[in-house]
Design a protein around this ligand. Structure first.
Ligand SMILES: Cc1cc2nc3c(=O)[nH]c(=O)nc-3n(C[C@H](O)[C@H](O)[C@H](O)COP(=O)(O)OP(=O)(O)OC[C@H]3O[C@@H](n4cnc5c(N)ncnc54)[C@H](O)[C@@H]3O)c2cc1C
Ligand code: SF4
Length: 349
């Protein structure tokens, strides 16, 4: 029996799993398709993370440093798993770089894909330069300046549209992406910190700053940073004769049409299933749930099992999750993998 753990994906989930398996004395092979480790927070250049307030490059950088340089972890960057054979305790994986990895268990930490706002054309992304996404604003905050891409001016008025690519049955996204209300209220405060004269509006259907995020983000952004919340249904984003953006819709509290000018419109984009998931399902022989995220085996007594024995799935590969949860999933998958491998040894003894 081989007790090496093969981990696919080096975002927060995979990095947590790799550190966990190594600390439990297992050999780890980590396969990441990009040339850089860290997943979405690093690849998309997030600024300060919620809820820790730490810069993503520092927080996730620490997670990366924990697994690089250790004798137990072998890392393949810029590589994918092209095929696997075998079963729990005895898998052989062929990588796209031509190498073969033998492992007893496989952890899928392959994450999510950001919603592409092009799929919501009526809200102006791709048509107007000053319609951007939360990931672009994260990058602006990280660079220390909030500007309108069209001409570099500091915006007087910014609006953040929530639920872009989430909770939208018309475009086949029936899920709530869980973290974007909190991320957006945090960004509203960061914009105000960088540019105190800028007014920030948030247009919402519901606010879901879940758990302990309610006072730290929702109330604080209103009470200390004067973020204005408008409950609305947005119909479209267009441009006025003065080139400012016009956000049109209905204020659903007073039931009146609204047309409000802004300098910068931000899409709070959701978390889609990883675009690779059909390929991952085929290569690893695992199932996908109806939206296209990886399918869980069973929830309570076999948590984090995929639909194939010896292969585990967790983090945002299963559906929208925040980083804290992904870190826990990473450790939980390792626990499951080691437990199943131990059971195999005991059975054989
Ligand atoms: C705008 C925005 C801001 C956010 N800000 C926060 C925040 O402040 N705090 C917070 O807690 N959460 C935040 N999140 C959520 C956070 O991004 C996720 O919780 C986290 O990135 C999920 O980690 P993961 O490892 O599961 O997936 P990912 O971060 O997606 O990492 C998956 C990794 O797997 C790799 N991969 C994918 N497919 C393959 C393949 N086929 N083969 C090999 N490798 C593969 C990818 O390249 C990537 O490196 C935010 C989300 C969004 C959309
Ligand atoms: S977390 Fe908020 S913005 Fe994100 S999908 Fe859910 S309700 Fe919409």
């Amino acid at each position: 029996m081989n007790d090496t753990v093969l981990i696919v994906g080096a975002g927060p989930t995979g990095l947590s799993a790799a550190a966990g398996a190594a600390s439990a004395g297992r050999k780890v092979v980590l396969v990441e398709k990009e040339k850089v480790l860290g997943g979405a927070p690093i690849l998309s250049g997030y600024a300060r993370l919620v809820p820790s307030g730490e810069w993503a490059k520092d927080a996730v950088g620490r997670m990366v440093a924990r697994v690089t340089g250790g004798a137990r972890v072998t890392i393949h960057k810029g590589a994918k798993v092209a095929g696997i054979e075998g079963d729990l305790g005895n898998f052989a994986a062929t990588l796209s770089n031509g190498q073969t990895v033998n492992a007893g268990a496989i952890i899928l930490a392959t994450g999510f894909t950001h919603f592409d706002s092009i799929n919501k054309p009526e809200w102006g992304f791709g048509t107007y330069e000053d319609v951007v996404t939360t990931t672009q604003v994260e990058q602006m905050v990280a660079s220390g300046k909030i500007t309108c891409p069209s001409d570099g001016r500091v915006p007087e008025r910014v609006c953040i549209l929530l639920c872009v690519g989430s909770r939208d049955r018309q475009i086949g996204r029936e899920w709530c992406s869980k973290i974007c209300c909190t991320v957006s209220t945090n960004l509203a405060m960061e914009i105000k910190e960088l540019s105190p004269k800028t007014d920030v509006y948030i247009y919402y259907m519901d606010i879901r700053t879940f758990g302990l995020y309610e006072d730290k983000y929702y109330w604080r952004s209103q009470e200390e940073f004067r973020t204005k919340f408008v409950k609305a249904r947005i119909a479209e984003v267009t441009q006025g004769p003065d080139k400012r953006l016009l956000v049109k819709g209905e204020d659903t509290l007073v039931k009146r049409p609204i047309v409000i000018p802004f300098d910068l419109v931000v899409h709070a984009i959701g978390m889609d299933p990883n675009l690779d998931n059909p390929e991952i399902a085929k290569v690893f022989g695992v199932g996908l749930e109806k939206h296209g995220f990886l399918e869980r085996g069973e929830h309570y007594t076999s948590s984090f099992a995929s639909t194939r024995r010896g292969i585990y799935a967790g983090g945002s590969a299963l559906g929208p999750e925040d980083i804290d949860t992904c870190v826990s999933h990473g450790l939980a998958m390792v626990m499951r993998a080691i437990g199943d491998l131990n059971a195999l040894v005991q059975k054989a003894a």
